[in-house]
Design a protein around this ligand. Structure first.
Ligand SMILES: [Zn+2]
Length: 201
């Protein structure tokens, strides 16, 4: 039986049937899920497991972006995917600044399983220099910031072009954040990241 928690109860439930583990779909994805570590702006481990879950259409778009980037010598480094609503509330309490952290109401597209935070790695999985680190809440994170080297700005454009061609759109305040087309129609979820897949997948 499929049980979906529509928001805010914090109760344990199965994952919706259309939630996909992106690493299974894209084996060369470089998992660097910062909220599963203490290397994030809250300096706290917020996720029990390092797992990139996305709605099926967002995962398919991510796979298309990975294909486009691989041809140019890059792999996708992934910093965040689906984010349970309870974690969104913690983040908003710590940093209530719109444009960088979405307020719990209406919630982030991450809470709907339709947004990703991404950077680039080379084909060996090693980091390449990008405009900023993840969750840099400065103007240097702005998509149009010119305060970077030519090479860095070129890679930022390669990333954005690939994600837009694959069916995502970006936001101005964070060069690393992309939302799959139509993802805001999905409900906000508060299913934990270590929840079991729905039985009818
Ligand atoms: Zn994001």
């Amino acid at each position: 039986m499929l049980v979906v928690v529509l928001c805010c109860t914090g109760a344990t439930a199965s994952l919706p049937a259309d939630m996909v583990d992106a690493k299974e779909l894209i084996p060369d994805l470089v998992l660097d899920m910062r909220y599963a570590t203490t290397n994030n702006f809250l300096k706290k481990k917020l996720y029990p497991v390092e797992r990139c879950l996305l709605r099926r259409n967002a995962a398919a778009a991510l796979s298309r972006a990975a294909d486009l980037l691989r041809k140019q010598g890059f792999r996708i480094r992934i910093w965040d995917c689906y984010r349970p609503h309870a974690i969104q509330k913690l983040m908003w309490q710590a940093h209530p600044v719109r444009g960088y952290v979405a307020p719990p109401q209406p919630g982030s597209v991450h809470n709907r399983g339709g947004a990703v935070d991404v950077s680039l790695a080379d084909l060996d999985g090693k980091d390449v220099e990008m405009p900023t680190d993840f969750d840099d809440f400065s103007t240097r994170a702005n998509l149009h910031s010119m305060n970077h080297s030519k090479d860095v700005m070129a890679r930022r454009k390669i990333l954005r072009d690939a994600f837009e061609a694959a069916g995502f759109h970006g936001i101005r305040s964070e060069w690393w954040h992309f939302e799959a087309a139509g993802a805001d129609r999905f409900p906000v979820l508060d299913v934990p990241l270590d929840a079991q897949p729905a039985a009818n997948r």
